[in-house]
Ligand binder design. Sequence first.
Ligand SMILES: [Zn+2]
Length: 228
Amino acid sequence: MKNLTVGDIEIKLSKKRARSITTRIRDGEVIVSAPYYVSQKEVLEVIEKQLPWIKTHLEKAGKKKNNSKLKYQDGEKIYFFGNEYELKIAVQENKRNKVNIDKEKKQIIVYTSIPEDKNAIKRAIETRFKKELIEKIDELLPICQEITGKAIVSYDIRKMTTSWGICHIKERTVTFALQLAQKSEEEIKYIIVHELTHLIEPNHSMKFKEYMTKFMPEWKRIKKEINS
Ligand SMILES: [Zn+2]
C-alpha cells in the first residue's frame, strides 16, 4: 500500500493483479486498487475525476454515529447506547485508568495518569462498555427469549467488524459485537431477536423474515438504522 494525497484527501493505493482501477471507501478510508501496469499519474487522473463522489461518501461516513473514528482525545464525540456523549480525559496522577459515565451531563470521563497513552484509554473504555453491554443484554435477553420462544445457553462479546452478532446454532450460543454498546436499546434488542430467530430458521430466508415481522414488526426500519 502506498499513500497518496489528492487535495486534502488521503488515499491508500494498492497495486494488484487487476484489469481496472477501482475505488472503495471503507471505514472512512479511500482505498484505490490499480493494475500493476498503470502509472501513478494515470491513477491520480482517475481519482481526480472521482473526487466529487469520494467527497460525498466521506462526508456520509463522517456523519456515521459510531466510534470507529475516535482518536481518544479530550472533547471528542463518543456514542454510548445510542446517545452522543462528550469524551473527557482527566489527568490524575498515579492512578489506574478509570471510566465514569455521567448519563445526565452526557459525558464519559476517563481518569488517567498518562493522557498520551491512547491505547490504554481505548482499552479502559472498551472494558467499561463491555460491562455495560453485558448488563444491557442480560436485561433484554429474557424479554427476547419470551418473544421468540427460543433460548440460548450462553453468549459472549467480542470486537467484530463485519457483523453485530453470530448465532452458533448447534451450541445454542451467540457472539455479540462489542460495538453494540454504541447502539440504542431498540437496536440491541433487534440484534438479539435476530440471532434467536436463527434457532428457528438458520438462513435469512423468506420464512426468517416472516418470523422477524411477527416478533418485531418494525425490524426493517431498525435494521436500516443500525447499519446506517
Ligand atoms: Zn442473521
